[in-house]
Design a binder for this molecule. Structure first.
Ligand SMILES: Cc1cc2nc3c(=O)[nH]c(=O)nc-3n(C[C@H](O)[C@H](O)[C@H](O)COP(=O)(O)O)c2cc1C
Length: 272
């Protein structure tokens, strides 16, 4: 799928986790655009595949919720399972976050709602819907569907409490004083979804070589980092620059080659 700079930023800024869905199925053309294999990017640090599942009934029985009904996904009839070999640990999580978030942003651009689900699902019930090999495991799933109009005031209030960190909390001063493409990319990474909204990322280094480190260590931190990396890189590419994440002693870093082409002459888009 090709996203222009505007469509990408719109998807990043308007996306929020959706936990209630309408009962309509995802139509064939939206499904095709969502699942297109061409253009999907990889970190290539671990094997990871995505399996799309769809059910004639809702998948409510798969999603268990956290406390009472909060965090419970209702009405979704489709989901994506992110699957890695069983032996994969952090690198598999990072690859899954990076890959899965491309579907999330594609979905947002198509008007579909999504919610990453790391722990609150019933593994056995999920197995009734997807085909996992004996040497594989599901790292996380992404609920998918048309967002329901949410009339629940409590839920609205809870959602308004979801705050993304301010820029100084997620990046060093020298980066925040950098060129606009850099501050925009950091801002986009800061809007990424993360498990219990911990936003465990910190950008440092120099504008020429940006590093991303975990600011805490949770069960899903590497997935969260993979997601933030995807947001950051997608903005760089949609700006017309080039850059790809590399790894130095396990720490992701990206060197960006700014394009020489003047802004107004660039075709700003990213394939993903
Ligand atoms: C790896 C990961 C796991 C998540 N697991 C759950 C979950 O189990 N249940 C849930 O309701 N939300 C889950 N979320 C969604 C987060 O709670 C949500 O992204 C965060 O609160 C920020 O809100 P936003 O996505 O609306 O910006 C998860 C998100 C990520 C990235």
């Amino acid at each position: 799928m090709r996203l222009t700079y505007g469509a990408l930023m719109q998807a990043i800024l308007s996306r929020k986790s959706v936990r209630r869905y309408r009962s309509e199925a995802i139509d064939a053309s939206s499904r095709q655009a969502l699942l297109e294999v061409d253009g999907l990017r990889r970190l290539n640090i671990a094997q990871c595949r995505a399996e799309y599942i769809e059910s004639p009934e809702s998948l409510d029985h798969v999603f268990t919720g956290i406390i009472g009904s909060y965090g419970k996904i209702r009405g979704a009839r489709a989901a994506l399972c992110l699957i890695t070999p069983s032996h994969e640990k952090n690198l598999g999580q990072m690859e899954a976050g990076y890959l899965g978030e491309q579907y999330v942003l594609r979905a947002a651009a198509l008007g579909l709602g999504t919610c990453w689900v790391g722990g609150t699902f019933d593994y056995k019930k999920l197995m009734g819907h997807c085909s996992i090999g004996p040497e594989e495991k599901v790292i996380a799933i992404i609920a998918l569907g048309w967002p329901a109009e949410d009339k629940d005031n409590l839920r609205h209030m809870l959602h308004s409490m979801v705050r993304h960190k301010e820029m100084p909390a997620i990046a060093s001063k020298n980066l925040l004083g950098g060129p606009p493409w850099l501050t925009t990319a950091i801002h986009a990474a800061g809007r990424a979804p993360s498990a219990i909204n911990l936003q465990p990322w910190f950008f440092s280094g120099t504008p020429e070589r940006v590093e991303l480190k975990a600011s805490r260590n949770g069960a899903f931190t590497s997935i969260d980092l993979g997601i933030a990396m995807l947001h950051f890189e997608a903005v760089i590419l949609a700006y017309g620059h080039s850059g790809k994440w590399e790894f130095d002693k396990g720490i992701p870093n990206i060197s960006v080659q700014p394009t020489e082409v003047p802004q107004e002459q660039r075709t700003n888009f990213v394939d993903m």
